[in-house]
Design a protein around this ligand. Sequence first.
Ligand SMILES: [Zn+2]
Length: 470
Amino acid sequence: MTVPRCKHFDICGSAAYQRVGDDDFCALHVPPKAQKANASLRPAFEQYVQRGGCDFRWMYLPATAGVSFERQTFAQHVDFTGASIQSVGLANSRLLGGLTVDTDANTVDLFQAVVEGPVLVKTPRPISVRLARGEFGERVEVQAGGMLSLDISYATIAGFASFVAPRMEGLNAAAVVCKAGLKLEGLIAGWSLADITVHRLFDLRSCIFAGGIVSLDSLTGDADLDLRGAAFSAAFSLRTSAIRRLYIARTRFGGECDVRAPLGGRPIAVIAEDTRPTFLSETRLTNVDLAACLIVGNPIGRLHLSDAIWPTWQRRRVLYDEIKLRRHADAAPLRSVEEAYQALKKMYQDKGDHSHAGDFHYGEMEMRRHDRSNWRSLACWEFPYWFLSGYGTRPAWSLAWLCFLTFVSACFYYWLGDHSFGEALRFSVAVATLQKRDDPSGGWVKVLQMIASAVVLALFILAVRMRVKR
Ligand SMILES: [Zn+2]
């Protein structure tokens, strides 16, 4: 007669201990509902672990049985899938093959643990996970269906670290080192984010920070910070050299926002390519690159910019909103972009930066001109202003027009009169420069040239003045 085997013999390799319904189970696999006082559980467990057992799938390991995983070394991947266990206590242990906890456990403790393989913790319920001071050689992934209480302080994680839960409370990430990136997702209430080190990607997409100030000033490393769709209820501060790119499309800054790369250092590229962020309070952007950042829609008066790098369009500095507008019809309305340019022009004028102010003046006039239907954009005052002097910012254009007018007029004088061309040209120059020449020839051409030249000359002088003021 053969000895009956446990239903999960492939896991435990044990003989049957108890029959429940139609199935046989070993002492470790007896289902919870059939468990009463299972005196054999603890000895069976200790024997199993001593034999090098790492696979705890479908086992029933109640806290009352007194089983402990602490200070042990597990050579293989430790798997708790489907196990009935409340608290997975692996503090100070060494897990050479990684860990999977896919159960209803409410606590996973890896305090000071050394885990060389990947860690996956997955539960549909609330859970408390402690990875503090642990060392993790590969990726760490925690997905909770309920509230997650997370402590990763002073841990070192070599792989990508991802923590996703509908809500996190008391998040402690102080001094954590994430060498391949860190992702947090959910509503975060209560956090400590001091002295974090993140490389490659710091992913806070769609995170909602409810409550106090979020300061990433002490952040170190070299990463992109992704805040797309995130929301901050209070102030946000990022004054660090650790961030290369900052993604803020759809980000909502409820309090003051301060983004600053050290002066003289690499600027932070602030990126919002498809949807603008929302700044609800004073916003300071220092040493930032706004080459791909939509802004229009936010009150520019709340924006304090210094050392901002703007994108260029036809050799003038513009708002990314204008570039977007020229490429897609469905971008921000022209009128809003015009207002933004007006505010930026004033901001730079107040700072005495006439070079920037001139470019934004040009942008403002461009938006005003294009805010008309096609034919009206040609038949408005802005058109000749643009055409003849680039809205008063391009003296070279005016000068070219003046030369052209003088030359064309000279041709007329040559054609109408009986002078040599050289004489006709000299006469034309004299008219253009409003010198008195009592020469009866010319007639109406002379009158028209005088008026046109006077206008262009005035525009030229204005444009030169604007240039010199810079
Ligand atoms: Zn078994």
